[in-house]
Design a protein around this ligand. Structure first.
Ligand SMILES: NC(=O)CCC(=O)C(=O)O
Length: 272
């Protein structure tokens, strides 16, 4: 399976952002990739005040354009995330997935809102304008099952384990870490989740923009089920392409049978 991660700049014009993402997708498709991943809030500058302004309902203009891009290039598209509003005007940080025919096959609403306040570092409060989602998301492809979560969701090992219990062998994470937590935790978290669960982890971040109010760390990456970094970018705009040898999941799980060695008689993780 060949995948691509788009590490792009995000500006204020939603449609220009989508067109910019499309130009990367076109490049990826020319290299015969099967799946492309965009970053968190790839079409809306990451600021809480923007989320209600940029929010669209299911099937809105951005959704429609992304569906047709997936169809045009016959790829699976994990369309980063975008603000989505429901009929009660609640706004969510939502990731849509489209298949090779442009059909929407999955939708994840970020479950853990990013509310942090690091002394002398990053402060952010998604809950000022966002509502959390409540569903664990795994979707099916001809390459097996793929789990999906958004950025801060990555920090919660229970969520990754629930995806793996539903059969995920790859976990995709549209994300946007920052200059406080990125250097400290980004790579460690992806490698941890890969090791805990013996899965491929894919992280897609926006490119770094020093003028933005929230500065992305960048460093999009792919980690193997053994915990190795398969590919990673620096902070600049770029397209990451990687081949995932899915037989590695079975190999590592056979050699180190962590999932089978769990003491489910003593402890379990389950959905409420
Ligand atoms: N957008 C986010 O959820 C950022 C998460 C983050 O930076 C972290 O440290 O966690």
């Amino acid at each position: 399976m060949k995948i691509a991660v788009v590490q792009m700049h995000v500006g204020e014009d939603k449609l220009k952002n989508i067109a910019h993402a499309k130009s990367f997708i076109e490049r990826a498709a020319a290299k015969a990739v099967d799946l492309v991943v965009l970053p968190e809030m790839f079409c809306c500058p990451y600021e809480t005040k923007n989320f209600p302004i940029y929010a669209e309902r299911d099937g809105g203009e951005s959704f429609t354009q992304l569906a047709s891009i997936a169809k045009e290039y016959a790829i699976y598209l994990v369309a980063g995330s975008m603000p989505e509003k429901d009929d009660e005007e609640n706004v969510y940080n939502t990731s849509y997935v489209f298949n090779r025919h442009g059909e929407n096959i999955a939708k994840h609403r970020k479950m853990h809102l990013f509310d942090i306040d690091v002394d002398g570092g990053q402060t952010f409060k998604e809950s000022e304008t966002l509502t959390p989602g409540n569903n664990v998301t795994v979707f099916n492809t001809e390459f097996g099952k793929i789990g999906l979560c958004i950025c801060y969701d990555l920090r919660f090992p229970e969520l990754a384990r629930l995806m793996v219990d539903e059969g995920a062998e790859i976990i995709v994470v549209p994300a946007a870490f920052n200059m406080t937590t990125g250097p400290a935790h980004w790579e460690i978290l992806f490698r941890n989740r890969a090791l805990d669960n013996q899965v491929f982890m894919i992280g897609a971040a926006p490119a770094r923009d020093k003028q933005a109010s929230y500065i992305s760390y960048g460093h999009s990456l792919v980690v193997s089920p053994w915990g190795d970094i398969v590919e990673k970018l620096d902070e600049k705009e770029n397209l990451l392409i990687a081949n995932l040898d899915r037989s590695l999941v079975k190999k590592v799980r056979k050699e180190l049978p962590l999932l089978a060695h769990r003491r489910n008689d003593i402890y379990t993780i389950s959905k409420q």
